[in-house]
Design a protein around this ligand. Structure first.
Ligand code: CA
Length: 233
């Protein structure tokens, strides 16, 4: 069955061209022309991915993304941001988006991002052998099968990229990853990328999993080098 992409965008011309191209690639689509409708469809329509514009009537894209995450959904969200507004990228990630594309974007780039974000999720959810499903680190348990994180048995809501980042570090304990490496591994960017994306995602993740985000135990910073997870004794 085809994967479903929810397009939340108030410019009809963009909706139509994106819809046309996604359908040609075999995706099913749902559309919303304002933020409220977009949020409703994200909750009830069970999309596999959400393309979310920032400037929208009724609710803006940041508010919609925040509300999607507040509802407990980990659906991959790609924000569509204006090229001039660098801060939009950071706001979007703060709101729980997984990725962003700056307007004007090429259809080829958009399709590549959609594919990468959906495939990543499917890989996480589907292809692990039994017994390989749980990662343990201190009080943290990461379930690769159900794509979920628990601390002392209590569920922690994380986005797809937060999950991917955590999994990447936990499966390579002691290895220091540079921001560039994390960009490539977690965001599939081998061509460009804003390194703040990595820092913002690490900060958000620390706020969720660390006892004291200022003194992180799980995701450590190697000054001038990158991030790593301590080898457990
Ligand atoms: Ca707009």
């Amino acid at each position: 069955m085809g994967k479903t992409v929810l397009i939340v965008e108030d410019e009809r011309a963009i909706v139509e061209i994106v819809k046309f191209n996604l359908q040609r690639e075999g995706y099913e689509t749902m559309e919303a022309l304002d933020g409220e409708t977009g949020l409703e469809l994200a909750k009830t329509g069970d999309p596999d991915l959400v393309l979310l514009d920032v400037m929208l009537p009724k609710m803006n894209g940041f508010e919609v993304c925040t509300a999607i995450r507040a509802s407990g959904s980990a659906v991959p969200v790609i924000m569509l941001t204006a090229r001039e507004e660098e801060s939009d990228k950071v706001f979007g990630l703060e709101a729980g988006a997984d990725d962003y594309i700056t307007k004007p974007f090429s259809m080829r780039e958009l399709l590549a991002r959609v594919k990468a974000n959906i495939r990543r999720r499917a890989m996480d959810a589907g292809t692990r052998a039994a017994g390989e499903n749980l990662l343990q680190q201190g009080a943290l348990t990461v379930d690769l099968q159900s794509v979920s994180v628990k601390k002392n048995g209590v569920s922690i809501e994380v986005t797809q990229k937060e999950f991917d980042l955590l999994t990447c570090l936990l499966t390579n304990p002691g290895k220091v990853f540079t921001r560039e490496e994390l960009m490539t591994k977690v965001w599939n960017y081998d061509y460009f990328g804003d390194m703040r994306t990595v820092d913002v995602t690490v900060r958000r993740l620390r706020e969720k999993i660390e006892d004291d985000p200022g003194e992180p135990k799980y995701i450590r910073t190697k000054r001038g080098a990158g991030y790593y997870c301590e080898v457990e004794n």
